[in-house]
Design a protein around this ligand. Structure first.
Ligand code: FA5
Length: 351
């Protein structure tokens, strides 16, 4: 081959490179013409030393020029192919890059779970260990051991869902978490400080503050020389830590067969600012009462202490039981308790 032959080889290579349909074809052409071992131009250049001395400079120069033209053509075509791939991706009919990206949904705990965790955290700070108990319970723990025998009118309050009414072994879905007072005291000796969050069930019509399945948190503290003052101190501290100092708290005498004396705790209603009325008339959240009943509490009844083998002369204690949803309503400004369990992600996601 002479210098003219080399130029023609470069012309052919340039034409083929310019027509290469894709990157794989381009790579094949690179190997064919300027591949390091046996590219056509590479081989032609290797022949230079075999030529007559006078012919070598012109032949070598033509060979180098041919290689440079081919390499430049390869670079050009590679750039063209890259930009046309991008154009194809952007062209209508391909993926629509103008669409907004799909939202990444980040999961989080349900407001009820968050509230249970927060309540447990606050009581843990006051030395209360969180424990759990069975949702299906014996009549004995739910009522009998709490001074509520079968004919006691207080049973009406706990509209019970029975699982078995066999008189020897009556079993129910627990209507409150108080049975755990007895279960814990049976197993432990004082001092006792436990917090029991858990699901409860009542055969009850639902309204803005009542569900038939809801959560309670039960607290129990037994020690020497505990008094009603300790109970109030613990519950005030709890309310302040959960709500800050602004929420008003009301203690009123109440009656529970398993505590003596007993009290009821209520928080001022957030929906009507504790007035009982809103722009639409009577406040739907508190039913016009201005307060939301939040928990029952009292000093553990001596009969309950004796039943588990404690000596009431030596040990006393207090107990409280409140609704988790009622706290979650206040914390999230949820006006109707039913919104928590309807699983409407539009509402839950907005909290
Ligand atoms: C009891 O259940 C007692 N076991 C509380 C108690 C514990 C008293 C320890 C003394 C010592 P009561 O029925 O009032 O009491 O319920 C307590 C709280 O549970 C209520 O204040 C309310 O916050 C919540 N609660 C009761 N019923 C429902 C319901 N149907 N839906 C949502 N929350 C409820």
């Amino acid at each position: 081959m002479d210098a003219t032959g080399l130029r023609k080889l470069a012309d052919r290579a340039e034409a083929e490179i310019a027509a290469a349909p894709d990157e794989a074809a381009l790579e094949a052409l690179r190997v064919r013409y300027v591949g390091r071992r046996d590219g056509e131009i590479t081989l032609a250049l290797k022949l230079t030393p075999t030529l007559a001395t006078g012919d070598r400079p012109a032949y070598g120069a033509a060979g180098n020029a041919a290689r440079e033209r081919v390499e430049a053509a390869l670079d050009r075509r590679a750039a063209e192919l890259r930009s046309s791939t991008l154009e194809r991706d952007l062209r209508p009919g391909g993926e629509d890059l103008s669409l907004p990206p799909r939202r990444v949904r980040v999961g989080r705990y349900h407001p009820i779970t968050q509230t249970i965790r927060e309540v447990s955290r606050i009581f843990a700070g006051m030395g209360f260990e969180t424990v759990e108990g069975p949702e299906v319970e014996w009549d004995y723990y739910a009522f009998e051991a709490l001074n509520i025998p079968a004919d006691h009118p207080a049973r009406d309050k706990f509209s019970t869902l029975w699982v078995s009414t066999d008189t020897a072994q009556r079993m129910l879905l627990r209507p409150h978490t108080s049975p755990m007072q007895i279960r814990v005291m049976e197993k432990r000796r004082p001092p006792v400080r436990v917090l029991v969050p858990g699901r409860c069930f009542r055969y009850e019509a639902t309204d803005a503050t009542h569900e038939s399945v809801f959560f309670q948190y039960e607290g129990l503290a037994i020690d020497e020389q505990l008094s009603m003052a300790d109970l109030k101190g613990v519950l005030y501290s709890f309310a302040r830590q959960l709500f800050g100092g602004d929420r008003k708290i009301r203690f009123r005498p109440d009656y529970f067969p398993f505590t003596e004396p007993s009290a009821e705790i209520a928080f001022d209603c957030f929906a009507c600012d504790g007035t009982g009325v809103t722009n639409d008339g009577k406040c739907r959240t508190c039913g016009g009462a201005a307060w939301i009943e939040a928990a029952g509490c009292g000093m553990v009844h001596p009969a309950a202490l004796q039943r588990v083998g404690y000596d009431p002369a030596q040990h006393q204690g207090f107990a409280f039981g409140g609704g988790i949803e009622r706290l979650a309503m206040l914390l999230t400004g949820t006006p109707d308790i039913r919104l928590f369990h309807q699983n409407d992600m539009r509402y839950l996601g907005s909290l």
